[in-house]
Design a protein around this ligand. Sequence first.
Ligand SMILES: [Ca+2]
Ligand SMILES: [Ca+2]
Length: 184
Amino acid sequence: MKSPHLILFTAFSFIATQVTAGDTKPYQGKIHSIPGLIEAEHWDEGQAETAYHDIDEQNRGADYREKTQVDIEKRPDASNGHGIGWTKKGEWLAYTVEVKESGLYSIIIPVASKKKGGVFHIEMDGKDVSGPITVPDTGSWQTLKLITHKNVKLEKGVHLMKVIMDSEGDSKSIGDIDYFKFVK
Ligand SMILES: [Ca+2]
Ligand SMILES: [Ca+2]
């Protein structure tokens, strides 16, 4: 018979692995720095449900990295020539990040949406740090516009950042996203 301590320890270990960055690996071994620019297409390496969640198995876009369900869009107007697209409610992407200095940050995000886009938010280790971020109508899926989301409080250290797609707009999507640039 297992001792209560062993059961408790096992349960705690399980919970601990759910909230730490240990389940995924930084893209190409490089932890994203904050302040800094995080390419949306450089989410962590790992399986579906650990590094990302996508609502359909197919990658509807470009064959940019290892086989994935995430929809990567090749676009000449984007930083690094790629972004993510075909975003749907419930999807998320995880990024291992290191915040170099605690404080208040702004996040600059190039987005595109034909008709009004949807809403997403950003979590650090499971905690909502951004509140809702709304993607505006940029006139066309081919037109990226910068949005700035201010007053995001971050703590120094290594964190698992998650970008979580909350609701779709009139566009039937959240929006195309090129990168997340954190500035202090
Ligand atoms: Ca997909
Ligand atoms: Ca990009």
